[in-house]
Design a protein around this ligand. Structure first.
Ligand code: HEM
Length: 520
């Protein structure tokens, strides 16, 4: 056959194949979608779609603007992937709470394993293995925080106050210490050194892996085959080495803590940590390899879940206090009248301190540490408001937009705890920021109660004995700081300088005495 005929046939064959594939795809799509359209959204560029939209800084604001144009359920296509942005409470509750059987999955990407995060059950697909982790976590860190866990929190907040007294300028390190030491003691039963603890250094290194894969800057995330490239390749090589470092840190800390706990148990040492309890409760006929892996995963996930979220929220609380002296005085007045100046507040005082509780709620709302939460993923096709949402769609809930909706929270950029108060009590009719901050449905934060109790203790105990005021320049004049944020997945106050002083000699004595009591 002449070469021209062959080429013609080949081209015709390819064209035919393309047309048939297109028609079959169209029929399949129509059958699946039952003729319902995708939700509205921008068309985006050919092939890459809305990739430029997704590359913007402060994405939550960009998503909010999109919702002003297209409504509260917006469809984006990015490199062929379906993404849906949810911009209202109604849409979030409908899809992520009410339809959570179909919307509790997580998108999987090789970067999770490459960055050492494969232990983190917050990123697991929605399946039996995830369910088992969640169940074990909730048995040991339950939604009603046990008394001994609350006392543990108080003990470390006491140490935090002492550190604040001796070196107020290092308050960010002290916040980090307070949360880290509490969670490490709880899950591993280990006392964290007050500085340069090698285990904490490893855990923090492992935690960097999250920033790695949420930053969007790591190339293998987009092209997993690049993981096999040699390490000398510029940029890529250093990224691969960074990924290997995070992986090694996660593996080392997971195994190291596990070995230490097992040693404690075999040698009959006292160990009441979560890890020790999980290991002691194992059935004799259990699959030991699997159960040990599960125990390691649960514990390191607890550390990771508790770390940057609380650290960042409490930094924002310090900024808010430095910027709003009237609010600080009001909270301190409540503490003085309910507690008096002869003791520190405890978790038992929480119900009697509505204004301090409102300060916590407003810190969570105003700062919104994860403005877009953790994206969910659909495990089934869904129909919603006449629109088709295919299986395998990423669902991004814009918590920030809901918490800065002026119709719900007037002057949303201002720090106003009074919005949660009516007649001297917490007003249950005001939307609770925690409904958004801690996520949704079956994937909602498993450590919410623990986190709220711990943050409440830090806020109440700090305000009782310290004054937080703006930072001072070299001439001793107050510096007006601008409340801005940095970061993308987890955000932090960009500037959290402040001045921290004990409120009085009596307050100082209270810290010194109480810490003595707490640590003995
Ligand atoms: C300010 C503090 C915290 C915030 C804002 C926060 C927020 C979140 C969010 C947004 C999620 C994802 C929810 C979703 O997918 O819809 C999550 C998941 C999770 N958080 Fe937290 N969290 C905090 C503290 C903690 C603490 C202290 C712990 C552990 C003691 C913890 C453990 C977890 C776990 C285990 C998950 C995974 C849940 C799952 O996938 O089943 N979190 N958190």
């Amino acid at each position: 056959m002449p070469i021209e005929d062959l080429t013609l046939r080949l081209v015709a064959g390819i064209l035919c194949y393309m047309v048939v594939s297109y028609v079959v795809g169209l029929i399949r799509w129509r059958t699946r979608s039952r003729g319902h359209p995708l939700p509205p959204g921008p068309r985006g560029l050919p092939i890459v779609g809305s990739v430029l939209h997704m590359a913007q800084a402060e994405m939550w604001k960009a998503h909010q603007n999109l919702c002003k144009v297209y409504g509260d359920v917006v469809h984006l296509s990015v490199l062929g992937k379906h993404i849906i942005v949810l911009g209202s409470q109604q849409a979030i509750v409908d899809l992520l709470d009410k339809m959570s059987a179909a919307t509790s999955d997580r998108e999987q990407n090789p970067i999770i394993e490459l960055s050492g995060q494969s232990f983190n059950f917050a990123l697991f697909p929605y399946n039996h293995w995830w369910r088992r982790h969640r169940r074990v976590f909730s048995q040991h860190v339950p939604p009603t925080v046990p008394e001994e866990q609350l006392l543990l929190q108080e003990q470390y907040v006491g140490l935090f106050l002492r550190k604040l007294l001796t070196s107020p300028a290092g308050f960010r390190d002290h916040i980090r210490y307070a949360f880290t030491a509490t969670i490490v003691k709880l899950v591993y039963g280990v006392d964290v050194a007050e500085s340069d603890d090698p285990n904490v250094a490893l855990m923090v290194r492992a935690l960097e892996g999250v920033q790695g894969f949420t930053s969007g800057r790591v190339l293998v995330q987009y092209l997993p085959i690049l993981r096999h490239m040699p390490l000398w390749v510029p940029v890529l090589g250093s990224q691969l080495r960074e990924l290997a470092g995070w992986r090694a840190a996660a593996d080392e800390v997971k195994q190291g803590m596990f070995d230490k706990t097992q040693d404690d148990l075999t040698q009959g040492h006292q160990n009441t940590s979560v890890l020790a309890n999980i290991l002691q409760e194992l059935d004799e006929d259990a699959n030991i390899v699997e159960e040990h892996l599960l125990a390691k995963n649960v514990c390191l996930t607890a550390f990771e879940g508790a770390s940057d979220t609380t650290f960042s929220t409490i930094q924002a609380f310090f900024v808010a206090m430095a910027l709003n002296p009237d609010i600080q005085w009001k909270a301190q007045a409540e503490l003085e009248s309910v507690i008096g100046m002869y003791r520190l507040p405890t978790h038992r005082d929480r119900a009697s301190l509505p204004y301090v509780s409102a300060v916590l709620k407003e810190s969570l709302r105003w700062h919104n540490v994860m403005p877009l939460g953790v994206p969910h993923y659909t495990s089934e096709d869904i129909e919603y408001r006449g629109y088709f949402i295919p299986k395998g769609t990423v669902l991004i809930a814009n918590a920030w937009a809901c918490l800065h909706d002026p119709d719900v929270y007037s002057d949303p950029d201002l720090f106003l705890p009074d919005r949660f108060i009516r007649n001297g009590n917490l007003d249950p009719s005001v939307r609770d920021p925690s409904d958004f901050i801690f996520g949704y449905g079956r994937r909602a934060c498993a450590g919410q109660a623990f986190a709220e109790a711990n943050m409440f203790m830090i806020i109440a105990m700090t305000l009782h004995v310290f004054d937080i005021t703006p930072p001072l320049d070299e001439a001793g004049r107050p510096i007006q700081i601008q409340p801005k944020v940095r970061g993308s997945f987890v955000v932090y106050p960009a500037d959290c300088r402040c001045t921290i002083r004990p409120r009085s000699a009596q307050a100082e004595a209270l810290i010194v005495d109480s810490v003595g009591e707490l640590t003995t």
